[in-house]
Design a protein around this ligand. Structure first.
Ligand SMILES: [Zn+2]
Length: 565
């Protein structure tokens, strides 16, 4: 025993005193080449709740991002009005809606009529003479604009299932923008004086490709993946809303040369199914070669917004077999798309997030033990009734719905003190109602200063609304309805049973995941904001940017710092 110890001690001594073996030169992991292509993906209505619920099941594109990316499961769209237009406006501007000017999906125009967030009379949209679309209302510049300011060779391209997603993400002066326009196939907007044929040629090519494809085989939403069968939504709506997921019975390719139809069944079938995402990713892949993305000599940007998750969430709720199946499709679709990106050999970086979260249909939330309610009260009706019976002597219904939680006192020409009196009376009445958490006037919210550095999950209701409000565009009254309230009735057309738009965290909390080859990724549960995405990507490719509301996030889990160039 003693001998053994002596031998061991001698061996140890020899190890300590001997010349160290020639050290293998420490080989630092080669820094990945700077990305030549930024791929920014928004998954519409992809709440952090849904991400958490399904993340262990992902095996495709989302698995790749989760396993090796910088993963932030607690991202926040920090503002109150969690609708699609404002949410997309924060993603690549680095600014809250209070600074992008996109405060809701709609707001009151000077005549009191609501105006669409991205109505732009300066642009024309083929086939939509009364619906001009463009970025005029977006008051902030985007990552794509910063890239082009540094080097005009940078290409900026966007594609989505929705115009408001593609236009917000590509900002002003992009090279091309495409969105799904139902009976018109994909569409775009045409700037004045530009070459229309240059813009229309790719639209034509995209739609011809779909036409050829559909004339051979119509896409269908196949029966659910077996793993989704435990989720059963049958019965909750008496079967009325659990309608045909497959090809509508009346659908047939009557004219193989013109597959896009003008009826609701067609619109619903394509949108509220994984088909719209498949089309969007197919177009995105075709744009890689069409625009030679990653080969311009400067960083290029491809912005993609996938709308199916939102349409499926609205139509079927987000906790049934339909959403389960959509998650599987999303994961597979991204996997196939990333493989196409890999094949280009272009060094790229991907960020994936969402424009807002969402909540399941009130009836099913209620079954799971939450005080969820589908609103039966006509909000504008009861407020107007109260105002008429007050001593304000109103001869009109002054209180008018504008957008989710936003209400106008009309007419807009109303004198200041009268307007103030009506607003005060309406808010006082609203704050006594059991379905209201708190109602605010625009005037008081405009005075709120968000505490510097306050984490987004710790913000007060007032602070959330402060990031959603604009002096000119916001209407007079902003309402936070009680949590778990679904404001809308079930839509008889079958488009809509569940929603989003509230200032509550189930609508604000979204995943934010960055991935690039060679990144030493990590997971961080502390909250970040969607306004952090643009400055983070700008630092990664070394492009300067104007003052923004967000901050650069260091994506390197090791000693490196992607915020320092
Ligand atoms: Zn949305």
């Amino acid at each position: 025993m003693k001998k053994q110890i002596t031998v061991l001690a001698c061996t140890l001594l020899a190890l300590i005193t001997a010349d160290p073996p020639p050290a293998r030169a420490a080989v630092p992991a080669p820094a990945p080449p700077p990305p030549k292509l930024i791929v920014a993906i928004a998954v519409d209505q992809f709440s952090a709740g849904i991400f958490d619920q399904y993340r262990s099941h992902f095996t495709g594109g989302l698995r790749r991002m989760i396993d090796a990316g910088a993963v932030f499961p607690n991202g926040y769209q920090s503002h109150a009005a969690t609708e699609t237009c404002p949410g997309h406006s924060t993603l690549l501007t680095g600014k809250h809606p209070s600074h992008t000017g996109i405060i809701a999906n709609e707001w009151p125009g000077p005549d009191g009529k609501t105006t669409y967030c991205l109505a732009d009379p300066g642009m024309s949209v083929p086939g939509r003479p009364t619906e001009p679309r463009g970025p005029a209302n977006l008051r902030a510049s985007t990552l794509g604009e910063w890239l082009k300011a540094q080097n005009p060779a940078s290409r900026v391209i966007a594609v989505s299932g929705k115009d408001r997603a593609a236009i917000n993400m590509s900002g002003h002066g992009p090279d091309a923008v495409f969105w799904w326009d139902d009976e018109l196939g994909f569409n775009t907007y045409l700037p004045p004086g530009g070459s229309a044929s240059e813009r229309l040629e790719p639209v034509k090519a995209i739609n011809e490709a779909i036409t050829r494809q559909w004339s051979r085989k119509l896409p269908v939403w196949k029966p659910f993946d077996a793993s989704c069968s435990r989720l059963n939504s049958e019965g909750i709506y008496g079967g009325t809303w659990h309608v045909n997921h497959h090809v509508p019975p009346d659908w047939q390719l009557a004219d193989p040369g013109q597959p896009f139809r003008r009826d609701k069944a067609f619109k619903r079938w394509v949108r509220a199914s994984p088909i719209v995402d498949e089309l969007t990713l197919q177009v995105a892949a075709s744009l890689l070669s069409r625009y030679q993305l990653g080969h311009s000599g400067a960083p290029d940007l491809l912005a993609i917004s996938l709308s199916a998750t939102d349409y499926i969430g609205h139509r079927y709720g987000n906790e049934g077999p339909e959403m389960c199946d959509q998650m599987a499709h999303l994961d597979r679709g991204l996997d196939a798309f990333f493989k196409k990106l890999d094949a280009t050999k272009v060094p790229y970086v991907v960020v994936l997030s969402a424009d807002h979260g969402g909540i399941d249909a009130a009836e099913r939330v209620q079954l799971k033990g939450f005080p969820a309610v589908r609103m039966k009260t006509d909000v504008a009706g009861v407020v107007n009734q109260n105002l008429r019976s007050s001593d304000l002597q109103l001869s009109i219904d002054a209180f008018q719905y504008v957008s989710y939680g936003l209400y106008l006192v009309r007419p807009q020409t109303l004198a200041g003190d009268q307007r103030l009196k009506i607003t005060t009376a309406a808010i006082s009445f609203l704050n006594q109602q059991p379905w209201v958490a708190q109602a605010f006037s625009k005037t008081e919210i405009l005075q709120v200063r968000v505490r510097p550095g306050v984490p987004p999950d710790e913000m007060s209701l007032e602070e959330r609304f402060a990031q959603s409000v604009d002096a000119e565009r916001s209407p007079d009254i902003l309402i936070a309805f009680k949590p778990y309230t679904t404001m809308d009735p079930v839509d008889p057309n079958g488009f809509y049973i569940a929603e989003h738009g509230s200032p509550w965290n189930y609508d604000r909390r979204v995943p934010i995941v960055f991935w690039r080859p060679g990144l030493a990724g990590y997971e961080q549960y502390l909250p970040i904001e969607t306004v952090d995405i643009a400055p983070t990507l700008a630092a990664l490719v070394g492009v300067p940017h104007p003052a923004v509301d967000g901050r650069c996030i260091d994506l390197d889990g090791g000693a490196g710092d992607t915020c320092v160039n």
